[in-house]
Structures are given as C-alpha cells and as structure tokens.
Design a protein around this ligand. Structure first.
Ligand code: GLV
Length: 336
C-alpha cells in the first residue's frame, strides 16, 4: 500500500463492479457519471491530476489532451482492442503507457461478425420488419424474401489477425472457400484452414462475402471506396465490424442503391452514433447495429477486468501485459 494507496485514477464510464472493485481496492477512483463521454475540457482537467485513466473507444484522447497531462499521468488503459481514439505517438513522447484488451473479445467478435454475415445474407432483420409490419399475407411464399446461400460460398477476409482468423474458422465450418488479404501473410490459417492469400483486387472480385477486420489507420481509412466496391460481385455482401471509417459510406450508399453489390451488414459507422437520417438506414439491404460486436455479458466483463489489470500493473511499476507502445519503456522505465 503506502505510495500506491494515494494514486488516483479517472475512469471515463461506469465499469462492471468486479472490475471497478479491483481499482478501488488499490487506488483513489473517480468514475465519470454520465453514459456519454466526458467533454474534452473535463479530460484536460483530469489528466493534470491523476496517475491513470481507464477509457473507452469513444473518448478522444488526442495530442491536446495528452500534452495537458501532468507529470504523474503514467497510464491510459483502453477498454477495447482498437485504440484509434488515442494519440499513441503523443503518449509515447510523454512517457505514458497505453494498453488495450486484445484476445478476450476475439471469439465473441467473430461470432457477431458471422451472425451479421448470416443475417445480411438471409435478410433476417428485414424479415423481422416484414412480419411485425403486417406484410406477411400469404401462408408460404416460394419466392418470398429470398437471400444468398452462405455455405460453400467464398468469403474474403480483409485483415487476418486474431479476429479475422476466428472468422475464418467459422467459415471453414460452413465449408466456404477462404480468401484473405493482409499486409502480412498468416501461414497458420493457410495451413490449418486452407485459406488462400490473394491481393485485394482478387479478393474483391472473387468473394461472395467481404468482411473487414483491420484496425483504423491512415492506410485503412476508406479502404473500401467507390473503385473497390465496383470490383465486387453484384451478389456480394459487405460486412463491417471493424471501424466505420474503413468504408466510405457515401460510396457504399451508391453501391447498394444502384446494385453494384447486393447487401451490407454494418456494426460500425463513420460517425457514432450514426444519424437516424443516414441514407444507408433507408435501404432494406442494409442490416444495421450499434457497434456491439464484442457485446456479450462475459466478454464485456473480461475486457473491463483486463483493462483494470493493465492499469494496476502500470501504476504498480510493472510492464503491463497488453502494452501497445513498447517504445515507451525507453522513455519511462516501468518502476519510475
Ligand atoms: C471494439 O470495437 C474494440 O475495439 O474493442
């Protein structure tokens, strides 16, 4: 205790109790009471006076916030695997450790990506609206609400990391041909699942389902744009459970409206929450959800616990298990 007991932590949203209790047993903890992100002015004020922050992907921890931080801020612990909301470079320069929660959400996210793929292919959300909306008039329609088969088709996975590989395993169970594109090859999925490494153009041209599993980086911003959508099959579905800005929504609207592709399943959006007037939401061939791919009871709890364990390690002078910016160790060694 002693020194540790006086350390202060700011948590930007209520966490599951088990996770919060771990922090409370060791540090002075302040939890932002709202369901929406604390305003930037609050973040700027908090970073001046705390040793650690536990945040969500909707908190914009940019250079301005990081540069406002006091000497004592040592760690930013994100409760998510993606961390494009944090200026990691600025944090490293200031000797601030940044951590994320990889691994614990992989299978849950892959479950959801596959569920969204199936829902999109088989028009499940639209069918639900059809029944509830009183449109079901004939007992059984031979040609009613026809969708696309999934089994035996070709899936194109863009980004074959942890989540992409978990989606590939599910695809294998559906007897699908698996194509993938990434900046690095993944020999394991090639050997174990027979996945084929192809260039992006081939993937887009040959896949019946294109699913995105890349982080948001300058190089992946609008990766799926008008030109690339035009390469896809007219019967193809695009599934996005990664980050909204990986897809150019304006181009996607055109593609869906004009029939360049058949449908899209979107869990993530260029702006979140997306505007209810987003034209994509007017299209029946869009299956929409509010960024919930990792949202199971078990996984969200595991993510929160992992994040507080990372933060605890940082504040206790250890190297946290999920350090994103390893170079920070040179700027500020763990015990300082
Ligand atoms: C969710 O989107 C995450 O990055 O964990």
């Amino acid at each position: 205790m002693g020194e540790t007991a006086r350390k202060k932590v700011f948590v930007t949203r209520a966490l599951p109790e088990e996770a919060l209790n771990i922090l409370k047993s060791k540090f002075e903890v302040e939890v932002w009471p709202g369901e929406t992100p604390p305003p930037k002015s609050v973040l700027i004020e908090k970073v001046k006076e705390v040793d650690g922050i536990c945040c969500l992907l909707t908190d914009r921890i940019d250079r301005e916030v990081i540069e406002a931080a006091g000497e004592r801020l040592k760690g930013i612990s994100q409760v998510a695997v993606g961390y494009d909301n944090i200026d990691v470079e600025a944090a490293t320069e200031k000797g601030i450790y940044v951590t994320n929660t990889p691994g614990v959400l992989t299978e849950t996210t892959a479950d959801y990506a596959f569920a969204l793929l199936m829902a999109t292919a088989r028009r499940i959300a639209e069918a639900d609206r059809y029944v509830r909306g009183g449109k079901w008039k004939i007992p059984w329609g031979l040609m009613m609400l026809l969708g696309q088969d999934v089994w035996g088709k070709t899936i194109g996975i863009i980004g074959m990391g942890r989540i992409g590989s978990a989606v590939a395993r599910r695809a294998k169970g559906m007897n699908m041909r698996i194509l993938y594109y990434d900046i690095v090859r993944n020999k394991k999925v090639e050997e174990e699942l027979g996945a084929e490494y192809v260039d992006l153009e081939t993937l887009l041209k040959e896949s019946d389902f294109v699913t995105l599993h890349v982080p948001l980086l300058p190089s992946t911003h609008h990766l799926i744009n008008e030109d690339r959508l035009k390469l896809m099959k007219r019967t193809a579905c695009l599934i996005n459970t990664s980050r909204g800005p990986v897809v150019d929504e304006k181009a996607l609207y055109k593609a869906l409206k004009e029939g360049w592709i058949w449908a899209a399943g979107l869990d993530v959006w260029e702006k979140e929450p997306t505007d209810p007037d987003n034209p994509l939401l007017k299209l029946e061939n869009v299956t929409a959800s509010p960024h919930i791919a990792s949202a199971s009871y078990e996984t969200r709890k595991r993510m929160a616990i992992m994040a507080v364990e990372n933060l605890t390690a940082i504040l206790e002078g250890e190297v946290p298990p999920n350090l994103v910016n390893k170079e920070v160790l040179k700027v500020r060694p763990p015990t300082t």
